[in-house]
Design a protein around this ligand. Sequence first.
Ligand SMILES: [Zn+2]
Length: 76
Amino acid sequence: MSKKKKKKRKRLRAERDRDEGSYICDACGEEIVVPIDLSAGESQQYVEDCPVCCRPNVIYVEIDEGGEARVWAEAE
Ligand SMILES: [Zn+2]
């Protein structure tokens, strides 16, 4: 008889996920994770092609006072 040990790895939740945000593509509805450049300013706006459906979205990024990034997208 052999005992199988199943070890569950705890996922460490690092603070680093502040540097990432996600938006829902307006065209295909997929959730797209994007890196956030916190040093680029509290309010950012840029156009990015969706990696899933290749349609352009206007990405809005807002960094609030606590350093949390809010990301959303609108169709161009
Ligand atoms: Zn898309």
